[in-house]
Design a protein around this ligand. Structure first.
Ligand SMILES: C[S@@+](CC[C@H](N)C(=O)[O-])C[C@H]1O[C@@H](n2cnc3c(N)ncnc32)[C@H](O)[C@@H]1O
Length: 216
């Protein structure tokens, strides 16, 4: 049997290989370039591909996203979701939403498939229906994460999927000496989901970490 190679260099090359072996197509590449000018960090290439697979795996028809950004994650989700699926996407920055709307048009998505809401998710999420969604993606940092996570499980249908991006907090989570508030929040969120008997969860090393949890 081949010995397990856990050297950091080998691990990093494997991670980089997995991240980039499905690289962006022209629509996502052009969208990423707009992100740079706006100072938005879109989901990584590997994360974009993973979001497509996860949306396909749960045959998502109703999706919610917090942190539209420039639309890379939204396009990726809708590529995997069912053909008639509708994405509700929330962002507090109108300029980001304007850019995302343009990206959705480039993707040739009919306007009825995206419901873009300008606002703070802490005010918008409580107004969304209970048990009505197949997939929720949280990609708006750690500040309100405990509340957003609780709201997500209220909104998800049984079997629905919660995905939290940047769950390794820019790779700070594995470093015990780092006690930043955002890092602590990500650690705590992972622990709470792992210990919750109503949820099956795992932490993926894709991008800067994806915490994936199914509501049973
Ligand atoms: C990392 S970017 C999202 C990138 C996006 N998922 C993509 O792939 O293009 C985070 C976004 O969350 C938005 N945001 C931050 N805090 C928010 C909040 N409390 N409510 C709604 N949006 C928020 C920011 O304006 C920003 O556009």
């Amino acid at each position: 049997m081949k010995a397990l190679n856990t050297s950091p260099t080998a691990k990093h090359s494997s991670w980089a290989y997995a991240e980039q072996h499905l690289s962006d197509d022209p629509v996502l590449q052009a969208t990423r370039e707009l992100a740079f000018d706006l100072g938005v960090e879109p989901v990584s290439e590997g994360t974009a591909a993973t979001l497509t697979v996860l949306a396909a795996a749960v045959q998502a028809k109703t999706l919610v996203e917090v942190g539209t950004g420039v639309g890379v994650s939204g396009i990726s989700l809708l590529r995997g979701a069912q053909p008639e699926a509708i994405l509700t996407s929330i962002d507090l920055d109108p300029e980001h939403l304007h850019t995302a709307r343009t990206a959705f048009r480039q993707e040739q998505l009919p306007a009825r498939r995206t419901r873009l809401i300008t606002g703070r998710a802490e005010e918008v999420l409580p107004r969304l229906a209970t048990g009505a969604y197949d997939l929720v993606l949280l990609d708006a940092g750690a500040e309100h994460l405990p509340d957003f996570t609780a709201e997500s499980f209220r909104m998800l249908a049984p079997g629905g999927l919660l995905i939290i991006n940047d769950a390794l907090d820019q790779d700070q989570v594995p470093r015990p000496a780092v006690r930043e508030e955002s890092t602590q929040t990500m650690r705590e969120t992972e622990r709470v989901l792992r210990e919750d008997g109503r949820v099956t969860s795992t932490l993926l090393g894709t991008g800067t970490g994806l915490l994936v949890a199914v509501r049973r």
